[in-house]
Design a binder for this molecule. Structure first.
Ligand code: R5P
Length: 153
């Protein structure tokens, strides 16, 4: 079993059901899961504010990881990446989830709840959470370039 960690999670209406399932699953596995909304199901809600909040919480607490969920995960990844310090990866398989950690040291994973079964989504998230950053020099160099660009804005 992976080490317990603090996880910041958010979803719009399209990811609301998966968010609930993930909170139960991850809390059951001993993780400290913080829910940044949506608080209730609202078919007309908008993903940005939830994803900004989860991303900001991850940046404020180094070592924590984030999960943002929507129908495709696209908008959620875009929103989270607007937060300075967030590196959000859109994971659509366990392999892309692992690569997000290994190569990109992603601190947030975006998942499209409408693209996978619940079991597949949980497997994608678990793969992300369990994978460490490789610390390879070439990957760190590229991440540093992203951070430098962000700092210069
Ligand atoms: O990229 C955005 C997400 O996939 C949203 O969850 C999606 O656009 C919501 O779609 P709708 O408002 O049609 O339910």
């Amino acid at each position: 079993m992976m080490t317990s960690m603090r996880i910041h999670i958010a979803a719009d209406h399209a990811g609301f059901e998966l968010k609930s399932a993930l909170i139960a699953h991850l809390a059951g596995a001993g993780h400290d899961v913080v829910d940044h909304g949506a608080e209730d199901y609202d078919a007309l809600d908008d993903y940005p504010s939830f994803c900004f909040a989860a991303g900001a919480a991850v940046v404020a607490e180094p070592g924590t990881l984030g999960i943002v969920i929507g129908g495709s995960g696209n908008g959620e990844q875009i929103a989270a990446n607007k937060v300075t310090g967030v590196r959000a990866a859109l994971a659509w398989s366990t392999e892309t989830a692992k690569l997000g950690r290994q190569h990109n040291d992603a601190n947030v994973v975006a998942v499209g709840a409408r693209q996978h079964s619940e079991a597949e989504s949980i497997a994608i998230v678990e793969a992300f959470l369990a994978e460490p950053f490789s610390n390879d020099e070439r990957h760190q160099r590229r991440i540093d370039q992203l951070a430098a660009y962000e700092a210069a804005r």
